[in-house]
Design a protein around this ligand. Structure first.
Ligand code: ZN
Length: 311
């Protein structure tokens, strides 16, 4: 028997001009904010930290737990909590963006981590697309298409549907479009270069672009993004593994035992349905960390969970 507990967190809500109301309507999040574009579910980002609600740790931020109780995280070797788990709900098309690698961010962004990210698609309208990657074969072609604003020729549109999984490497341009809601698992970084914003105005002005940085970090030619559909068969299915993290999907149909013994720790997010985790009720929108030493979690109910663990 372990004295460890599942560690639940209060999310941080971010109002965005492009934000919708699905996070409120589908998940029943209790917030009086409108247009919640993002819900940072498990976050150790300075100024946007989720706080623990579990007995004995109430009110502690992820970073406080990380620094004060490293044993909960298997003494994982990092000066900061390595992951960021968030929901994004787009009521409008998001600006097209790109993230830097660790190497670029370390030099140009004050020692920050880069941003490898991936999405699980929680909801998307019929026939929906995402922007993922571009068509230019050379830098010259890329620059010409950007300088002459031929974005429709440059950018790749790919089909997307509910329960798809999308991998986005640093240097891959990407954007979700109106009506899509995703769960994003990423490195603990908030560095985004806005590449193109459809020439939209906010309060009469275009939003700031970071075109020079974007041009420096964008992969030419593009090779790295991919999308695939995921299974709804019962059990655990690995979706993606990289040097930073491994992401899996658990389809709980009645019951499933999740063995976490070989992980430093895991994050768990319920994206659909409801049930229990070792007797504690959970439902779509619930998030928790399984600390090191907890062992096996028994889920009961009918639900879809996305789990991630650092490597
Ligand atoms: Zn991104």
């Amino acid at each position: 028997m372990t004295d460890r507990q599942l560690m639940f967190f209060n999310p941080v809500f971010k109002e965005k001009i492009w934000g919708g109301n699905k996070l409120h309507d589908l998940f029943g999040y209790n917030t009086d904010k409108d247009n919640i574009g993002e819900c940072w579910a498990i976050s150790a980002q300075p100024g946007s930290e989720s706080t623990c609600t579990t007995k004995g740790f109430e009110g502690k931020t992820v970073s406080e737990l990380w620094n004060e109780s490293p044993e909960l995280f298997g003494h994982y070797d990092s000066d900061r909590f390595p992951l960021l788990v968030k929901f994004i709900d787009a009521k409008e098309d998001l600006s097209i963006q790109v993230h830097p690698s660790d190497e670029y961010a370390r030099v140009h962004e004050n020692g920050s981590l880069g941003k490898q990210e991936c999405w699980y698609v929680c909801d998307a309208p019929e026939g929906e697309h995402v922007i993922l990657g571009h068509n230019a074969k050379t830098r010259e072609e890329f620059n010409t298409l950007v300088d002459t604003k031929r974005y429709d020729q440059l950018l790749c549109l790919k089909n997307i549907k509910k329960a798809d999984f999308v991998k986005i490497e640093p240097g891959t341009v990407h954007a979700i479009m109106a009506g899509t809601m995703v769960l994003e698992i990423q490195q603990n970084s908030d560095i985004t270069y806005r590449f193109y914003d459809y020439d939209r105005l906010e309060n009469g002005k275009p939003r700031t672009l970071h075109l020079e940085q974007a041009k420096e970090v964008i992969n030419v030619p593009e090779t790295n993004g991919f999308i695939y559909s995921t299974t709804d068969e019962a059990g655990i299915h690995e979706l993606y593994s990289c040097k930073y993290f491994t992401v899996g999907k658990i389809n709980v149909k009645d019951t499933f035992s999740f063995d976490t013994n070989d992980a430093f720790f895991c994050t768990v997010t319920c994206v659909e349905g409801s049930g229990t985790a070792d007797g504690t009720p959970i439902s779509a929108g619930s998030n928790f960390i399984v600390p090191k030493g907890y062992g096996t979690v028994t889920f009961e109910g009918n639900m879809t969970l996305i789990v991630s663990r650092p490597e």
